[in-house]
Design a protein around this ligand. Structure first.
Ligand code: ADP
Ligand code: MG
Length: 309
């Protein structure tokens, strides 16, 4: 498609004999948020590091629209990408505005433009009135917003955000989400890395699910949910941890500790017979909840494990 702004293919990175990422590919389009979802250690940061040029891949390529790659034009490539790293990177003792201007200076921005842009991005993240204050006096959420301003000062068309809500209060979190929606509307392309499926569900137009360094699924949320056997899940809290033999013959049942997740097409007609079947097997039910399918269910379906365990 012509609106692809970034295509990564066959990315691989090993640290010693530990393979952090292998055969990872992704496509990013203008005006969209691509969610990169996976548990801790899945390889999200390593992937983001390779895309922004901080980590040298063992194999694979990343190409921006117009055929620009790191090998052919490193400066041109990096100008088009902004990174909000997982670990906040700020000069704590320099005023907020100076932090932003330092990042811009790294990109060789002319002083007048840099002053104007620094004001714009500080305003955008809601820190215009704190421009003279030092990040050392900021909350975690304010630091994160300042780090986002730093990543945006050179007006990149692609923004990579690596777990940008870690250590962030709810108010800053919502402010960050509002900023991302505005950037998206302005035609920017965003990669949003998270292990929170709620965030991916809320923000992402398309999602790449990564586990143990590999892409296990990708698509729109509708496409991912279509991989599930059913649209709804019954969560049944049970006594003890019955072995799989006792659960055999019950379709769509997955045990997660002392909980059974049961995929059902229609809760109204399916729940009764299911509960009766559990009772016949001597499984005591302590609690019952139902939910529409989530990305957590998709991850469980694909990997047999919970996203956060
Ligand atoms: P995520 O961001 O999804 O939590 P990472 O990309 O940080 O995952 O890590 C993927 C795997 O690579 C993990 O097993 C991690 O321990 C390992 N890893 C990441 N960076 C390094 C490094 N610099 N040296 C050695 N191992 C690393
Ligand atoms: Mg990470």
């Amino acid at each position: 498609m012509s609106d692809e702004v970034l295509v990564a293919r066959g990315l691989r990175k090993a640290y010693g004999d530990r393979v952090a990422v292998q055969e990872v590919g992704l496509v990013l389009r203008a005006g969209e948020v691509l969610g990169l979802l996976g548990p801790n250690g899945a390889g999200k940061s390593t992937t983001v590091g390779m895309i922004c040029g901080l980590t040298v891949p063992d194999a694979g390529t990343v190409t921006l629209s117009g055929g620009v790659g790191l090998a052919s034009d490193a400066v041109g490539y990096k100008r088009r990408i902004g990174l909000v790293p997982q670990d906040i990177a700020l000069y704590e003792e320099l005023p907020a505005r100076m932090n932003v201007e330092l990042f811009g200076a790294l990109y060789g921005m002319a002083p007048a433009l840099l002053r104007r842009r620094a004001g714009e991005v500080l305003d955008m993240v809601g820190l215009a009135d704190r421009a003279r204050d030092k990040p050392a006096t900021f909350s975690g959420g304010m630091k994160r917003r300042l780090n986002i301003a730093c990543a945006l000062v050179h007006d990149p068309e692609i923004l990579l955000l690596d777990e940008p809500t870690a250590g962030v209060d709810p108010q800053s979190r919502n402010a960050i989400f509002d900023n991302l929606v505005r950037l998206k509307r302005a035609g920017k392309a965003l990669v949003y890395t998270t292990h929170y499926m709620e965030e991916a569900e809320r923000l992402a137009d398309r999602i790449t699910i990564i586990d143990h360094g590999r892409v296990v699924a990708e698509g729109t949320q509708a496409q991912l949910f279509a991989r599930l056997p059913a649209a709804q899940t019954l969560h049944v809290e049970i006594d003890g941890e019955p072995d799989d033999a006792l659960l055999s013959g019950l379709p769509g049942v997955q045990r997660v500790g002392q909980r059974l997740d049961i995929s059902v097409g229609d809760i109204g007609s399916d729940a009764g017979p299911l509960l009766a079947a559990l009772a016949r097997r001597g499984i005591a039910v302590r609690g019952l909840a139902s939910a529409r399918a989530t990305l957590e269910d998709v991850f469980l379906q694909l990997t047999g494990r919970a996203l956060r365990d």
